[in-house]
Design a protein around this ligand. Sequence first.
Ligand SMILES: [Zn+2]
Length: 306
Amino acid sequence: MTPDPAPMLPHYSHRAPIALSVSAHNRIGGRRTDDAWMAETWKSARTRVLLVHQGQLVVSPDGTAPVWVSPAEAPRGQRVLLGEYGDEVRFAVLADDVPDGLDVAPLRAHVQTLDPEEAALVLQAVALAQWHRSHRHCPRCGGRLEIAQAGHVQVCTDCDVQQFPRTDPAVIMLVTDAEDRCLLGRQAEWAEGRFSTLAGFVEPGESLEQAVAREVEEEVGVVIEAVDYFGNQPWPFPASLMVGFFARAATTRIDVDGAEISAARWFTRQEMRTEAEAGTLVLPGGISISRSLVETWYGGPLPGAW
Ligand SMILES: [Zn+2]
């Protein structure tokens, strides 16, 4: 069953912004096959290069990320054209070795502190680097893949099939009932008091609305009657696009699956505020779309985060 995609959900006047969902760069896809332009640009003083090694960010010894260098300073490795950023051109180099004096760290460790303007460049570079690392052979014939189009395509050397980087859609939803209470769940291994919105991957042949309804019913046994789009957030850990929704429940009885979700409950705004202030409820982190959903429903900022 597909819930009503044009629902009668409440209109929330406060809209919390979604981190990482705005890009300040132009991806200039048409230049990816322009080898002469790329060679010329690589010599230009207006070119900056992000260093990535084995799918991780290269960071300075004090741990601040990311490291941008000039082309002359860039180590050996696969070049990836990221795009134009203001009057600069940005590349990434998937470095064969980490330059002396530098270190590597997972993007996840730094995603909270990325410059919001540059975040999309960094997410793009790390997602492509992880794709290069995990896709070495053609899924059709097992042949060797060769990198093309400035790092954005791989081509099989045996059967010529092109491979493109994949992005896996996942739905994340804040469920409300007729009293506009909000449903949050927790996983058994999470620290005490930590609750979040429900989420799950979209299955083949499934619409986003169907995925919202299926995941909620599977995880907590609540039936969804209406779904309303909220916004989306790239989440390349390793390759997701989180698509956010508000969902209206037709039922309120909770029956957790005990596998993905170990507990779930309904919150009024007052309960959420009181428990978050007391620290007995720990809400999702500031840059997550989950936080944006919760604060949009709540009507403003809330204390505490993991
Ligand atoms: Zn092949």
